[in-house]
Design a protein around this ligand. Structure first.
Ligand SMILES: Nc1ncnc2c1ncn2[C@@H]1O[C@H](COP(=O)(O)OP(=O)(O)OP(=O)(O)O)[C@@H](O)[C@H]1O
Ligand SMILES: [Mg+2]
Length: 246
């Protein structure tokens, strides 16, 4: 469903990503972890077609991100690190606009908007202007715009950042329900909250200094220690991949 092959990104002398490859199967929910600056957002921006890699290829649902960008993007719901919300638009007006951009047929649009409002707990604020919402509600709008066209692939960059504990729990359960057992939806979500990964994800990818240093089922990782210990081990060594390979 998601294929990344040999992705690299350089900014001048800085290597933000180095030869990152992974594939994610339909229905998989992957936690994307790593310290600040590890390359999580960079990877997600490449996968969603917002940033060209220096090297490598990526495909979503069989569509190459660069040769077939429209089809690839249509298959994705993306919650960026800072969602491009339009502060002067109403919540429902904005979601209808996104649905149109995402090619939801006119006849299906209002149902798609209602369903996204409902799933993100936005029914009570649907006519409010986005700029007047609290941060948590704006984050919900960000999530609603990522799911309004019911995409098979969701790429969520720190979906619960800055939310209060109750909202974190609600958004977490929303993501859990979108990607629950038996769902064919594929999800990659980045976070710094390890219990979040333990609550939602079955597989974990850990990035460090632009490299993929861990890619394994959560159950398997837990056999060698807590996720926190695994994270600390993987991100305090210089280059783990080379050590494992040799
Ligand atoms: N436009 C840019 N120009 C130069 N360097 C950049 C640019 N965007 C990102 N970087 C660098 O690329 C590296 C990876 O950044 P990235 O945003 O992918 O990290 P991240 O894992 O998402 O971190 P965080 O947890 O802080 O969100 C960092 O060193 C960052 O400074
Ligand atoms: Mg980031």
């Amino acid at each position: 469903m998601i294929e990344a092959r040999g992705l690299s990104k350089r900014y001048g002398d800085l290597v933000a990503l180095h030869d990152v490859s992974f594939s994610v199967q339909p229905g998989e929910v992957v936690g994307f972890l790593g310290p600040n600056g590890a390359g999580k957002t960079t990877t997600m921006r490449i996968l969603t077609g917002f940033l060209p890699p220096t090297d490598g290829v990526a495909a979503i649902d069989g569509h190459d991100i660069f040769s077939d960008p429209l089809a690839a993007r249509r298959a994705i719901g993306y919650l960026p690190e800072s969602p491009p919300l339009y502060p002067e638009m109403s919540v429902e007006g904005y979601l209808a606009y996104v649905a149109k951009l995402k090619d939801v047929p006119r006849s299906a649009r209002s149902k798609a908007v209602d369903s996204a409002l409902d799933r993100c707990g936005l029914g009570d604020v649907r006519r409010r202007v986005i700029g007047a919402l609290s941060k948590g509600y704006r984050q919900r709008v960000g999530l609603a715009q990522a799911i309004v066209h019911d995409p098979p692939v969701m790429i969520l960059d720190e979906p619960t950042v800055g939310l209060d504990p109750i909202q974190i729990r609600e958004i977490r359960s929303l993501i859990g329900s979108l990607a629950g057992e038996g769902s064919a939806r594929t999800v990659i979500l980045s976070t710094h909250i390890l219990p979040e990964v333990e609550a939602i994800c079955r597989r974990v990818i850990i990035m460090n200094r632009g490299r993929k240093v861990v890619d394994a089922p959560l159950d398997e990782l837990r056999q060698t220690g807590s996720l926190e210990e695994v994270f600390a081990r993987a991100t305090t060594r210089e280059i783990v991949t080379e050590e494992v390979a040799s």
